[in-house]
Every structure is written in C-alpha cells, then in structure tokens.
Write a protein that binds this ligand. Structure first.
Ligand SMILES: [Zn+2]
Length: 188
C-alpha cells in the first residue's frame, strides 16, 4: 500500500471520528446519524476541533441519534462537511444567538437590524418561548408576528411601533438570550 499523504489531514481525522462513532461505516450515511445538542463559544478561539484543527470559535456538541455517542468539540466548518442543510441552518442560528448575546451584553440600545436578526432566528426565538409574556394583552404569537412585521417593514416605524419593538427587545429577547447563553461562553 502506498503511503497516503492525506491520512493525517483534518478531513480524514473527522471522517474517522464520525465513522468510529456511527452505526454506518460509510461517511455519506454516517453523517445522517448526527444532531447538534449544544453549542458553546470560545471567545478567544483557543479550542481544538475533534479533527485536530485549532483555533475554533464555536464548539458544538453532536450526538448520534441511534447509539447516543457524543463528540465534542466540533467546529462549524467540520459540521458543514456533513453537507446537511438542516445542520447548517442550526449552526447559523446558534452563531447568530451568540452575536445577539454580545450585542445585548455590550450595547445599551438593541436594534431590530438584519445584522442581528433574520426570519429564521426570529422563528427560533418564538419556538423557544422568547416571546412569552406575563402580560395577557400581548400573547407570544402576537408579539412574534408584530416583531416579524417590523423586521420586514421597509418604511420607518411609527413612534408607537418603535416603542413596542424596544419593549420586546428589552423585556423578552434580552432576558431570554442572557439566560440561555450566560453559561455557554468560555472565558479566561
Ligand atoms: Zn474540525
């Protein structure tokens, strides 16, 4: 057998880790067995992926849905090699959540901008209960639809709309994000 110079490459390492922990021994099928169960952020990019690549920022924990094996940490780039649209979407939402967390953490005024939000993230926030409110006048679904409408609105918001958007950002989104991600950031 010829020595294969790719043997030690990070993609080969990734394939081996996945296949060793999957039921299927074929890469194309093995990647279908996994889901993302948790994500942490390394603010200093000092973590090392299971493939051996260093300096990853987002540390995902993945689990095999059949045998429950877990792998951690795996970077976003490696999960994208699974070539699964559903996982790519999850990665995107999770990365956006961390960006939102930092925006909440650093700034006094939060904005409903495309920098921070997109429709899928807003839907995710709704599904996870971020729009729930103690105020019976504003049920979660109405808050969500209002928020989405305001996100899509091209014209300038009225004073009343602006006020309500800010109220949702401060009373719903901010506490939700803080609670959800506070313990997911690796700091020095
Ligand atoms: Zn990797």
């Amino acid at each position: 057998m010829h020595y294969n110079s790719c043997m030690g490459s990070s993609f080969e390492n990734l394939k081996k880790a996945i296949i060793d922990n999957s039921i299927s021994k074929k890469w194309e099928d093995a990647v279908l067995e996994w889901t993302i169960i948790d994500t942490e952020e390394d603010e200093f990019n000092e973590s090392k992926c299971i493939c051996g690549k260093e300096n990853i920022k987002y540390l995902h924990r993945i689990q095999n849905i059949h045998n429950k094996n877990e792998l951690f940490p795996i970077g976003s780039t490696c999960i994208k090699k699974f070539d699964r649209a559903d996982l790519n979407e999850l990665i995107n939402i999770r990365e956006k959540l961390f960006k939102l967390y930092h925006a909440v953490d650093n700034r006094e005024f939060l904005e409903l901008s495309p920098d921070l939000f997109n429709r899928k993230l807003i839907k995710y926030l709704y599904d996870e209960g971020a729009f729930d409110s103690d105020n019976k006048m504003y049920p979660a679904y109405e808050n969500y639809i209002f928020f989405l409408k305001m996100f899509n609105k091209r014209n300038e918001k009225t004073v009343g709309e602006d006020k309500k958007v800010k109220a949702i950002l401060l009373n719903n989104i901010r506490p939700f994000i803080q609670k959800r991600l506070r313990n997911k950031i690796i700091q020095k």
